[in-house]
Design a protein around this ligand. Structure first.
Ligand code: SF4
Ligand code: SF4
Length: 439
């Protein structure tokens, strides 16, 4: 009971704060547009197993990819052990899943081994960030706060793993010295006990209890810290991969608003069904956070800021201002800024700022070649070009704003039915003097 009451209170507070955060995020999703219907669940499940759980895209960088995959798989295994801790904390039991026998042994042993592997991987990740100049982690969008956030999250994971290892050390040491039976297998725990054999049973027990509480409190804190950090991808990346775009990457989606307008022109009798008189005037394309479809916002919350997209972007590589990672980070930042105000004052709230220009410049948008290298490289299948194109659509359709070369193309299409400046009658002039055998 001594343990159960404070544990239950802490768990309730954790869930309370967590659900408050999730409700807040859902209210921001409500501000976004519909679109991106989710079908083909079988295909999506296959992609999720391959890309998210198989970590296939991560392995394109073999060494660091392998370490990242270890951390991901380690998290999945350790999660099972954490579940047992929560049940133990609530029920006042000890190793409640021990009835699973050999399965319990496997879960405990893999958690114990992965704790060491994850800790070593995190030390390598932290060292890279702190002592090496990795160009992928730099860029105009990577402010001090981004680096600090990454370092805090990595440090928290490291402490989580250390507390898990010391917990197993305390458990194995205590059971061995007090003559109790050990439930589960703990190879690393046994190894650590052989390194620190001089403790009394009492001391081992203190180590166990202190580590148990540190570990579980860190989990609770981490779960609530994640939604406010780039490491929110711990929760978001698997569903985001499940929600991957299934069409070929280069395929442009049609705009419902334009389709509706065209249908109205072709058949005005559809006016009442297509757009009721009191329907709000819809904006063409994306100017601000509320104009994006929910999937764009989902993408932005899932972004790990790893910079793999920017590192392959031809525009960025050739010195242009565009960074696909920044596009995702800017959408997230803009929604964080305007979302609460729209929730409070209504969706039409105007703070005289917008995603376009105050966050993302026209120069960045027009620098994109729509090559889709960013979307192909992203380990969690984020699609940047779809948002970039929708922002360009706003510029062209609502502001008639486009680079001079494009404006010439547009007027040629309008006047000549082709992108060139020659009239349709002159199109075959180049063949006039050619001798052609038509037989
Ligand atoms: S699609 Fe655009 S943003 Fe993505 S890599 Fe190509 S140029 Fe860069
Ligand atoms: S969009 Fe994808 S590749 Fe780019 S930084 Fe985010 S997670 Fe990494």
């Amino acid at each position: 009971m001594i343990k159960q009451i404070p544990f239950t209170i802490t768990l309730l507070i954790t869930f309370g704060v967590f659900f408050y955060t999730i409700a807040r995020i859902i209210s921001f999703f409500r501000l976004t547009r519909k679109g991106f219907p989710v079908r083909d669940f079988g295909k999506r499940f296959f992609i999720m197993m391959k890309v998210a759980f198989g970590q296939t895209k991560i392995f394109r960088k073999p060494v660091i990819g392998f370490l990242h995959a270890m951390v991901f798989w380690g998290f999945c295994v350790i999660l099972l052990g954490s579940l047992e801790m929560v049940i133990d904390g609530l029920a006042g039991t000890e190793k409640v899943l021990k009835f699973l026998g050999p399965v319990h042994n496997v879960i405990m042993a893999s958690g114990d081994i992965f704790a060491l592997i994850v800790a070593l991987s995190i030390i390598i990740f932290l060292s890279r960030r702190l002592f090496f100049n990795i160009s992928r982690f730099e860029g105009i969008e990577m402010k001090k706060r981004s680096h600090r956030d990454a370092n805090i999250s990595l440090s928290l994971i490291l402490f989580l793993m250390i507390s898990l290892m010391t917990m197993n050390l305390g458990y194995v040491g205590y059971q061995q010295t007090a003559g109790g039976s050990i439930h589960g297998a703990y190879p690393v725990g046994h190894m650590l006990v052989s390194i620190f054999p001089a403790f009394t049973a009492e001391s081992y027990n203190v180590i166990f209890e202190a580590s148990w509480w540190s570990h579980i409190l860190l989990i609770f804190f981490f779960a609530n810290y994640l939604p406010y950090s780039k490491h929110f991808h711990v929760f978001m990346s698997v569903p985001n991969v499940f929600l991957s775009r299934l069409e070929p990457l280069g395929k442009l989606t049609t705009m419902d608003s334009i389709t509706r307008e065209v249908n109205l022109m072709l058949d005005p009798s559809t006016a009442y069904t297509a757009a009721p008189a009191d329907a709000p005037v819809e904006r063409f394309g994306v100017k601000d956070a509320e104009d994006v479809i929910w999937k764009n916002y989902f993408d932005s919350l899932s972004c790990t800021e790893c910079g793999r997209c920017t590192s392959v972007c031809p525009a960025n590589i050739t010195g242009k201002k565009l960074s696909p990672r920044k596009i995702m980070m800017d959408l997230r930042a803009r929604m964080k800024e305007k979302g609460p105000l729209m929730v409070k004052n209504g969706r039409d709230y105007n703070d005289n700022r917008s995603l376009l220009r105050d966050f993302i410049s026209e120069e960045e948008l027009w620098a994109c070649t729509t090559c889709n290298a960013c979307a192909k490289e992203c380990p969690i299948n984020i699609n940047h070009p779809s948002l970039i194109i929708d922002m360009r659509r706003y510029l062209v359709l609502e502001e008639a704003s486009a680079p001079g070369e494009l404006k010439a193309v547009f007027s040629n299409i309008e006047n000549n039915g082709a992108p060139w400046q020659y009239s349709a009658e002159d199109r075959l002039l180049w063949a006039k003097d050619l001798e052609m055998n038509v037989n």
